[in-house]
Design a protein around this ligand. Sequence first.
Ligand SMILES: *Cc1c(COP(=O)(O)O)cnc(C)c1O
Length: 472
Amino acid sequence: MKYISTRGDATPRSFCEILLEGLAPDGGLYLPEAYPQVDAATLTRWRGLGYAELAFEILSLYIDDIPAADLQALVRKTYTAEVFGTEAIVPLRGLEDGLYLEALSNGPTLAFKDMAMQLLGNLFEYELGRRGEQLNILGATSGDTGSAAEYAMKGKQGVRVFMTSPHGRMSPFQQAQMFSLQEANIHNLAIEGVFDDCQDIVKAVSNDLDFKRRYKIGTVNSINWARLLAQVVYYFAGYLQATQSNEQRVSFTVPSGNFGNICAGHVARMMGLPIAHLVVATNENDVLDEFFRTGIYRVRAGADTHETSSPSMDISKASNFERFVFDLLGRDGVRVQSLFKEALSADGQFDISGEAVFRDASAKFGFQSGKSTHADRLATIRDTDARFGVTIDTHTADGLKVARERREGDVTMIVLETALPIKFAATIEEALGRQPERPAKFEGIEALPKRVTVLPADVQQVKDYIVAHARD
Ligand SMILES: *Cc1c(COP(=O)(O)O)cnc(C)c1O
């Protein structure tokens, strides 16, 4: 299997060549040159597999430059009941008839990003060890991504993490999760500024190509292909749990921000998984819902990006969306380049509402969308608690609200649960008048000693810190 760029660079690259990369050299995103097809007999055979074995089968279709025995060992070590809480790894929980929540949030940091990041940590350690190389991961986080990356990389050979976050702006729980890590290869940098300052610093450091090369700077953001690939597995696992035969189709609703999670669903559907619809659920930051309703993709300015109670979906543009548009446009890299590079930088938007392909987004690719607001979130959290005795988080609530609007006949609907409620306790308290349950392993973490360095929002000082610690 080879990988190509969404912007026309068709140089074939293997999985391990792109594993540690972000963007392709032409600024595009990597995708496989074709989607492997899973036939009915294979799907039937997969019904009996545990999660790690299923992951091995799916990853093997995309990775041909890691020996099978090594890949199998890596996935077995990643997807254990010990790390993810249950043998099923992603168990379904039934609400009303034919509607399920798929639990993706029982990993180390209680959000679905662990599903991919935990594998990435093991893949990075393996590949860096093979090459005899080191990597310094530099990132910016407002919460979920940074903690998932740190828990995946802590203690790993050859990898260090330098994670910037806005000083004093994460929830006490999120701060405690990250800052209580004592592993020497994890560096928390609290920046005196807002999240955008952190992102600007990461960009400035990465744009200094000399520095980047010299200090082996890398990232783990959501455009990484390996992260997306790891997420494909739980669409299969959800489908296989919800059905008895391959004749049945199911739909998925996905609380969405950067379009990484639902893009994995798109890949699963392209492989032949019988998915009826892929429903994109957004919060008040509705750039994706707007596109699927109107055919206009309009990136928001910082000032038009709302701070909401489902903060991990507060995006101004959706960084993985280009992957879907590449498929939607018949894999025309030149056209993708003209939309994402030229039109977006000139006008901040593009409009394909008048083109026949726009109808394909729903008719051929199965996409639908909907939007949810703070009031919807509160109502959905209350209703789910009252009717089913289940406390859901704010992002999952956005998904559930939109899923109910999109249900059709007897088609099973699976809503992806993307975080546990304890991460967003203030809104749960607002909805239910009580604190959400806290998993035992997080009891009292706010009181643990913290490892964090506070720095001004200054690129040079962050570089100096990296230089001082990059070879420890
Ligand atoms: C990251 C995140 C999302 C958004 O996922 P995308 O892949 O960016 O669409 C939704 N919910 C939670 C809790 C998240 O952490």
